[in-house]
Design a protein around this ligand. Structure first.
Ligand SMILES: [Zn+2]
Length: 159
């Protein structure tokens, strides 16, 4: 999916989780961190938005892991949360683990909508996906617009 789609879906996932009472509200910081989490998996792609900005990390990752490998798996989510827990962040940083993880998971779910799918159970190479949304296609725009509209409508209802 396109970078804008990942950002919209990551933010939508976080806002909808907050409003549904599934997540502890974390304000604008949570929204920003969810957007960052939604961009992180593509750090393994030097041509991605994040990969171009963090190329010293992206290029070696791409050479070692390839695109849509480890970073597009549940192991990456679990490993990332384990690292966050191991560094024993203060309460403010710990509060942001939820939006970071949910944004990250939204990226995996969004990429699972594309024909390429994602290796959720990496290192098992089996890819999971439904092929509904070719990247940049009409279906991607419709899915993103639906989530954006649902999020905006919910925000209007709550405020
Ligand atoms: Zn991706």
């Amino acid at each position: 999916m396109m970078v804008v789609s990942h950002v919209v879906l990551g933010v939508s996932a976080w806002v909808l989780a907050e409003r549904a009472g599934l997540a502890v509200p974390s304000g604008p910081e949570g929204v920003a961190v969810a957007a960052l989490g939604a961009l992180l998996p593509d750090i393994d792609h030097p041509s991605s938005w994040l990969g171009r900005r963090l190329w010293p990390v992206s290029r070696p990752l791409s050479m070692v892991l390839g695109h849509r490998g480890l970073t597009h798996s549940l192991l990456a989510v679990i490993g990332g949360l384990a690292v966050l827990g191991a560094v024993e962040p203060g309460p403010g940083l710990a509060r942001l683990a939820g939006p970071l993880a949910l944004g990250y998971l939204s990226h995996l779910a969004a990429d699972a909508l594309t024909p390429s799918g994602v290796p959720l159970l990496w290192p098992w190479k089996q890819r999971f996906g439904i092929g509904l949304c070719p990247t940049g296609g009409l279906m991607e725009w419709l899915v993103v617009a639906a989530f954006a509209a649902a999020t905006a409508w919910l925000e209007l209802q709550m405020n």
